[in-house]
Design a protein around this ligand. Structure first.
Ligand SMILES: *[C@@H]1O[C@H](CO)[C@@H](O)[C@H](O)[C@H]1NC(C)=O
Ligand SMILES: *[C@@H]1O[C@H](CO)[C@@H](O)[C@H](O)[C@H]1NC(C)=O
Ligand SMILES: *[C@@H]1O[C@H](CO)[C@@H](O)[C@H](O)[C@H]1NC(C)=O
Ligand SMILES: *[C@@H]1O[C@H](CO)[C@@H](O)[C@H](O)[C@H]1NC(C)=O
Ligand SMILES: *[C@@H]1O[C@H](CO)[C@@H](O)[C@H](O)[C@H]1NC(C)=O
Ligand SMILES: *[C@@H]1O[C@H](CO)[C@@H](O)[C@H](O)[C@H]1NC(C)=O
Ligand SMILES: *[C@@H]1O[C@H](CO)[C@@H](O)[C@H](O)[C@H]1NC(C)=O
Ligand SMILES: *[C@@H]1O[C@H](CO)[C@@H](O)[C@H](O)[C@H]1NC(C)=O
Ligand SMILES: *[C@@H]1O[C@H](CO)[C@@H](O)[C@H](O)[C@H]1NC(C)=O
Ligand SMILES: *[C@@H]1O[C@H](CO)[C@@H](O)[C@H](O)[C@H]1NC(C)=O
Ligand SMILES: CC(=O)N[C@H]1CO[C@H](CO)[C@@H](O)[C@@H]1O
Length: 491
């Protein structure tokens, strides 16, 4: 049952037409004169979070189809929304178990249903003032406010919170691609003008951005239209200047805010091997771009790119999710994993177990490093060395740049003195062997070697556009849990 392939429509940011108001910030390389894009402190703090969740819970949770995408005449009855065990603290248990540091809640998806009791009123086509009455207040759980409960829980658990609100589709208002359709009105829809639609968007964003504290992330699914841009930009500056905004840039660099985050271009959770913190296109980015704009890899735990809870929808295996971690966070991309409360309002137990399993793997492999007590040193020419006191088994390296003055490393090579007993012949006087190499490091790069090796020394060499500042270089041994495709059931 797979109706849509790309429910989030994330890549469609390029629909806004007004001129750029955000100038890129960069400095000039003292080495080759190239542009080095500079981050905002909010972007750096956001990249540090590494893992977040995108919570899909809405009237669509009660549908067979995965949300109101591509069904413009469908307005599900609000009486369907009936989470009898709703508890947003319970959501936080899974978020903490996964190791996520921020949570972005779908507050309004494409059906138009708002999971907070929106007080917005507007004029319909006959100039009557009517309420936006397609909200949780029209559902069986009237009196509840999912948005408010979620925010309180997130604050209680120390998780950054944000909102997803789609500006381009609203079935209740008969809107597709940011335009009110003139024909084909369907039951449950109200009749408005295009300018009324923009006003409703502005008023609802004012409620969301004005009443629920400082947001960590704002998620524009499919971007925003040219007629919406200016007021949205002003509201953003007035109410949430510190928020990072997903999909805030057009591919030519017209951005809503300097705190922009870009889409990686797929919903599989995989960044390209080479993925820069800079550039505004929906892919691996561009080391020469003057725009600092890190990528986010949004993906699902359920199979088939299913974002809302699906009855009997299988989950992706732990092996696949471990690969997703390495191909997102391990490739300088934020991992934003879908979190899927079911129709009761709770995270199903099997899902909760899988989130924890993934979090447990990440902690067991990366929370401590085998090289913590080794001798670390770096040079002014971009080299980094780790001398271990004794032959030590490792199977991977974690590289992190300090990007506060921009991402400067352009390529690297990792060498190790390997002393595996069958090769070493009792002497440590072995040469350095190349064990991994690559281009972009940025916030984090994880290289997993072909097999575990015993080493006495590891040496990293780089090319760069300014002397690198290392944040962390560490060695780890995690073996089977991390090998791509290796089954943990093989125990
Ligand atoms: C980006 O493209 C839009 C049209 O989509 C145009 O209005 C805007 O001026 C362009 N900005 C730049 C910086 O080229
Ligand atoms: C609604 O108000 C607008 C502007 O005041 C006017 O142009 C329009 O004719 C009115 N529509 C109806 C149906 O009265
Ligand atoms: C929504 O408001 C309209 C106009 O006031 C009204 O006709 C309709 O019955 C209301 N629907 C619900 C579910 O309250
Ligand atoms: C809204 O604008 C679009 C694009 O200009 C147009 O096709 C549509 O008819 C308009 N809708 C209404 C209700 O006027
Ligand atoms: C919406 O407005 C159009 C144009 O005025 C009209 O043809 C249609 O009947 C209206 N639909 C409803 C449900 O009011
Ligand atoms: C929200 O952020 C502003 C700065 O943008 C800060 O002054 C304010 O204290 C913050 N509020 C909370 C509740 O953290
Ligand atoms: C180990 O040492 C022996 C004796 O010197 C030599 O014949 C052999 O080739 C060495 N093996 C390796 C792998 O270097
Ligand atoms: C990594 O090393 C291989 C083998 O020497 C080489 O072909 C490749 O171009 C290198 N890649 C990078 C990004 O340096
Ligand atoms: C490190 O890179 C520099 C510059 O490319 C090069 O001169 C040097 O030989 C490299 N060192 C090693 C051990 O590869
Ligand atoms: C990693 O595993 C996936 C399936 O989970 C497979 O498609 C892919 O080819 C594997 N990659 C490598 C490098 O083994
Ligand atoms: C290895 C890889 O896929 N690199 C890609 C990184 O992103 C740039 C920009 O999209 C691509 O050109 C590279 O192919």
């Amino acid at each position: 049952m797979k109706a849509t392939t790309c429910i989030l429509l994330s890549g469609l940011a390029g629909i806004c037409a007004s001129a750029s108001t955000i100038e890129p910030k960069y400095r000039i390389s003292p080495i080759d004169g190239s542009k080095i894009a500079l981050p905002t402190k909010e972007q750096l703090a956001f990249q540090d979070k590494e893992i977040g969740v995108l919570i899909h819970f809405d009237i669509s949770t009660y549908l067979k189809i995965d949300g109101c995408n591509d069904v413009p005449n469908y307005v599900p009855n609000p009486s369907l929304f009936d989470p009898t065990l709703l508890n947003t603290d319970a959501w936080m248990d899974s978020i903490i178990a996964l190791g996520a540091k921020y949570a972005t809640l779908v507050a309004k998806h494409n059906c138009g249903f708002t999971s907070w009791p929106s007080q917005v009123v507007f004029q319909n086509i006959n100039n009557q003032t009517v309420p936006y009455n397609y909200t949780i207040a029209q559902s069986p759980v009237r009196g509840e406010n999912v948005v408010e409960s979620f925010v309180k829980s997130a604050e209680k658990y120390g998780i950054g919170h944000g909102f997803y609100y789609s500006l381009t589709v609203n079935n209740y208002l008969n809107v597709q691609d940011s335009d009110v359709r003139w024909n084909a009105w369907a039951p449950g829809q109200v009749n408005i003008t295009n300018s009324t639609y923009d006003q409703i968007v502005y008023d609802q964003l004012s409620e969301l951005w004005g009443n629920y504290g400082n947001l960590t992330e704002i998620w524009f699914d499919g971007g925003y239209s040219s007629s919406q841009k200016e007021r949205v930009e002003t509201l953003l500056q007035e109410t949430q200047p510190q928020a990072v905004v997903f999909n805030a840039c057009e591919t030519n660099g017209t951005c809503l805010t300097a705190n922009s985050i870009r889409w990686i271009g797929t919903e599989t959770g995989q960044a390209p091997e080479e993925n820069w913190s800079t550039g505004v296109t929906n892919d691996g980015g561009d080391p020469g771009s003057p725009y600092f704009c890190p990528a986010e890899c949004d993906t699902t735990l359920q199979t088939d790119d299913r974002w809302f809870f699906g009855i009997d929808q299988p989950l992706r295996s732990i092996e696949e999710m471990v690969d997703v971690y390495h191909e997102s966070v391990g490739r300088n991309c934020l991992l934003e994993l879908d979190l899927t409360p079911d129709r009761s309002g709770l995270i199903p137990a099997s899902y909760a177990a899988r989130y924890k399993q993934l979090g447990d793997f990440i902690r067991s492999c990366y929370a401590t490093s085998i090289s913590e007590h080794a001798e670390h040193s770096s040079t002014q020419t971009g080299e980094y060395s780790i001398k271990l006191g004794y032959p030590t088994a490792i199977d991977r390296i974690v590289l992190m740049e300090d990007q506060s003055n921009g991402q400067v490393i352009r390529s690297y090579q990792v060498f190790a003195k390997i002393v595996d007993s069958q090769d070493a012949n009792g002497t440590f006087a072995v040469p350095f062997n190349l064990v991994s190499n690559g281009t972009s490091i940025g916030h984090k790069k994880i290289d997993i070697f072909e097999k575990a090796i015993t080493v006495t020394e590891v040496f990293v060499n780089t090319t760069y556009v300014d002397t690198p500042k290392w944040r962390q270089v560490s060695l780890h041994l995690c073996d089977r849990l991390a090998a791509n495709g290796t089954s943990i059931e093989e125990d």
